[in-house]
Design a protein around this ligand. Sequence first.
Ligand code: IMP
Length: 204
Amino acid sequence: MNLTTETSFSPGDKLVVASHNSGKVREIQELLEPFGLEILSAGDLGAPEPEETGDTFEANARLKAHASAQFTNLPALADDSGFCVAGLEGAPGIYSARWAGTDKNFSVAMSRINDQLGTQEDRTAWFVCCLSIAWPTGKSLTFRGEVWGDIAWPPRGNKGFGYDPMFQPNGHAITFGEMEPHIKHSMSHRAHAFRLFVDSCLRR
Ligand code: IMP
């Protein structure tokens, strides 16, 4: 079997985005635009949304990708991401979305981080994005991207989402919340993971 063919995509090939979040599907669709693939959404195809039972970003991305690939019989791409704080031993990590509660209140989640950090001197934090691509054969590949920086407090800026206002990437004087989206998108954890995926699986 030609492994290169099995794990790479050419223009016109179908790829399912294993997410029921229309914002995420749109963002991935935009990133994949230059490659001419036919992007389908797992939600639109009726694929079930599996519970994120893994204890790592990789495991959760992989289980979402496999579930969609099995259901649709097509290759499927999933992502799992989150915010990690060194002084909290990597929390909230894979629980980043859950820390914001059912009403997705990130002001509460950011205050919780700041309260738990207290007067700790280490303000190091990083975002992680794991992208997993799975094929109906059961094969999968996973790519991890990270971006490192410091906790900013109080939070600043309203250009991003989630924990962006409390994250100041290394080498920059502004938070992700204050940064123009195209700048953030060129250096983010998602951009890094995506580049690895593109380099290994996509042909222009
Ligand atoms: P997921 O949809 O399960 O991957 O949840 C990821 C969670 O991590 C989101 O709800 C956000 O709270 C957080 N997160 C991931 N990426 C970012 C980012 O780029 N900026 C801010 N927060 C993020």
